[in-house]
Design a protein around this ligand. Structure first.
Ligand code: SF4
Ligand code: F3S
Length: 106
């Protein structure tokens, strides 16, 4: 599956949801999660993310392993999102800030 990782937090650009052929993105307050059981590994979302936050599980950057479980867990409790919306208001300031996990809202 593909995994949404740290840099999505507090940015949530949502470009990714527009291209997903199986609509497997789920929306929390400041992060999106991919349901790994629904993702068909098409890779279309990866280049769409302005924050570069989406990776194949096989090519996860070091330190991002915790997001495998988080995508699984959160995608089961959050609502589905299939249409792009405005990014969070201060997305540009948070884009590229490291280790945003402490800011993840549920
Ligand atoms: Fe959707 Fe394809 Fe991205 Fe999986 S890899 S989340 S199926 S766009
Ligand atoms: Fe997050 Fe990137 Fe999608 S910032 S909402 S994974 S476009």
């Amino acid at each position: 599956a593909f995994i949404v990782t740290d840099n999505c937090i507090r940015c949530k650009y949502t470009d990714c949801v527009e291209v997903c052929p199986v609509d497997c993105f789920y929306e929390g307050p400041n992060f999106l999660a991919i349901n790994p059981d629904e993702c068909i590994d098409c890779a279309l979302c990866e280049p769409e993310c302005p924050a570069g936050a989406i990776f194949s599980e096989d090519e996860l950057p070091d330190g991002q392993e915790v997001f495998v479980e988080l995508n699984q867990e959160l995608s089961l409790i959050w609502p589905n999102i299939t249409e792009q919306k405005d990014a969070l208001p201060d997305a540009a300031e948070w884009d590229g800030v490291e280790d945003k996990l402490e800011h993840l809202e549920r």
